[in-house]
Each structure stands twice: as C-alpha cells, then as structure tokens.
Design a protein around this ligand. Structure first.
Ligand SMILES: NC(=O)c1ccc[n+]([C@@H]2O[C@H](COP(=O)([O-])OP(=O)(O)OC[C@H]3O[C@@H](n4cnc5c(N)ncnc54)[C@H](OP(=O)(O)O)[C@@H]3O)[C@@H](O)[C@H]2O)c1
Length: 218
C-alpha cells in the first residue's frame, strides 16, 4: 500500500517509513526541505517536496492520488513559537484532511498528543497552550470529516528502543512516556485494522504487546 506521511523527515515518520518499506509497502514522505530527500530515501521511502504551510489543498490532493492511507506526523517542533503551532500542528493537519477527502483517500491516522481535548494546565506557558489548542482544533476538524480517521495521542516521546509493549486505550490514560519506535509500530497496526477507524486513542508504554492492544480495540 502507498502510505503518504506528512512531515516525512520527522523522527516518527522515518521510523514508520522504514518499517513500511521493510514489509513491502510504499511509503512517501512529504518534506518541506528538499535537502532532506536523501535521508528519507535512505530509509526506503519516496521523498516529495511539499511545504504544508504553503501548499493548497489541490496541490496536496494531487500528491495523494493512488495512496491507500495518509499519516499526519508533522509538527512545528520544540523550537517553534505560537504562530507555527497554528500553521503546522493545526493548519497542516486540516490541509491534509481536506486533501485526503478530495483525493478519495479515506484512511487517515493523525498523531496528536496527550493533553489535547482539555484546557492546558494553568501556568504551562503560552507556547504549550498554543500547541494544545492547535492539536485540539486539528482533532476536531478531522472528526468532522467523512474519512476513516484514527486519532493517536502519544504521551511524551523518547528515542529509547521500542519495547513492543504499550498501553493503548480511549482517553483518559495516566500521563507517561513512549518510545517513538513503538508509536511507529502502533501506527502500522492501526493502518492494518480498519476497526480502529473513528477512534481517539491515548498511548503510553505498557505491558500489552502492540498487536493485542490494537486487536482489543475493534
Ligand atoms: N515531543 C513529544 O513528546 C510529543 C508528544 C506527543 C505528540 N507529539 C507529536 O508527534 C508528532 C511527531 O513527533 P516527532 O518527534 O516525530 O516530530 P519531529 O521529529 O519534530 O518531526 C516533525 C516533522 O514535521 C516537519 N514539518 C514542519 N513543518 C512542516 C511543513 N510546513 N511542511 C512539511 N513538513 C513540516 C518537520 O520538518 P522540518 O525539518 O522541515 O522542520 C519535521 O520533519 C508531532 O505531531 C508532535 O507534535 C510529540
């Protein structure tokens, strides 16, 4: 299956593309910086230049033709300020949802974040508040669309090796961490299981093997 990953040079995106390519799928990474193409291609994905803060829905829809699924893995990142939380964490997800609808690509996995869907904790700072507001708005937009969406809210991400064991359930879960490698594997299991469409899920490390955790949802 052709799987288009928005934010294709991101840490989760590269891990996800590697696993997809390794099992015979065709990952495509959308990147805003063409200088990142070689990294994306080294991981087994096709790299396509597309700045999601500049492209139109028609531009992105054209890139999604023939895809079986899309994954929103972009993010403005830790060094960014309030405006880019809105233009990337909200705006780019909305754009991808609109483009998926136009291109007829129904399956959509969105990486959101624990904390979305609730007001930010008092005193957490304006950038965090903007991030949570952007993720919440992106989720609400996706839920309003006639797509087979799954919203995945990981806890704090680490670069530790994956354990293959998680806690994955409808909110709320207690706060925790999760390796990006396990997030990538959960996304693949969600893509493989259409019964997880129209679910909002939280994810932290846990005791349940990923396949069993996803099977229990549908
Ligand atoms: N950090 C955490 O603890 C945490 C917790 C829960 C959820 N999340 C979410 O998890 C997701 C993935 O995390 P990650 O650590 O894998 O992210 P990451 O490594 O920061 O990657 C994000 C990617 O998005 C790309 N991007 C930014 N603006 C773009 C644009 N206009 N067009 C196209 N691509 C663009 C970035 O490209 P550039 O290199 O060009 O900037 C980068 O490659 C994010 O949505 C993040 O918010 C993070």
């Amino acid at each position: 299956m052709r799987v288009v990953i928005a934010g294709g040079h991101g840490k989760i995106a590269l891990l996800l593309a590697g696993v997809l390519a390794g099992r015979g799928d065709q990952p495509v990474g959308l990147i805003r910086n063409p200088g990142q193409a070689a990294d994306v291609e080294r991981g087994g994905a096709e790299a396509v230049a597309c700045d999601l803060e500049a492209a139109t829905a028609a531009d992105v829809a054209a890139l999604l033709e023939g895809a079986g699924a899309v994954v929103f893995a972009a993010g403005a990142g830790p060094g960014s300020g309030v405006p880019r939380k809105d233009t990337v964490d909200r705006g780019a997800s909305v754009l991808l949802g609109e483009a998926a609808g136009r291109a007829g690509v129904r399956r959509f996995v969105q990486i959101s974040s624990m904390g979305a869907g609730q007001p930010p904790q008092p005193g957490s700072g304006e950038v965090w508040a903007a991030y949570i507001a952007a993720k919440t708005a992106a989720e609400e937009d996706l839920r309003s669309r006639d797509l087979d969406w799954t919203i995945l809210r990981p806890g704090s991400l680490t670069d530790d090796p994956g354990t293959g064991r998680v806690r994955l359930a409808a909110p709320p879960l207690p706060r925790g961490t999760v390796p990006r490698a396990d997030v990538a594997k959960v996304i693949i299991a969600l893509l493989d299981d259409p019964g997880t469409a129209r679910q909002t899920l939280e994810l932290v490390s846990g005791d349940t093997p990923i396949a069993a955790a996803v099977r229990a949802l549908s």
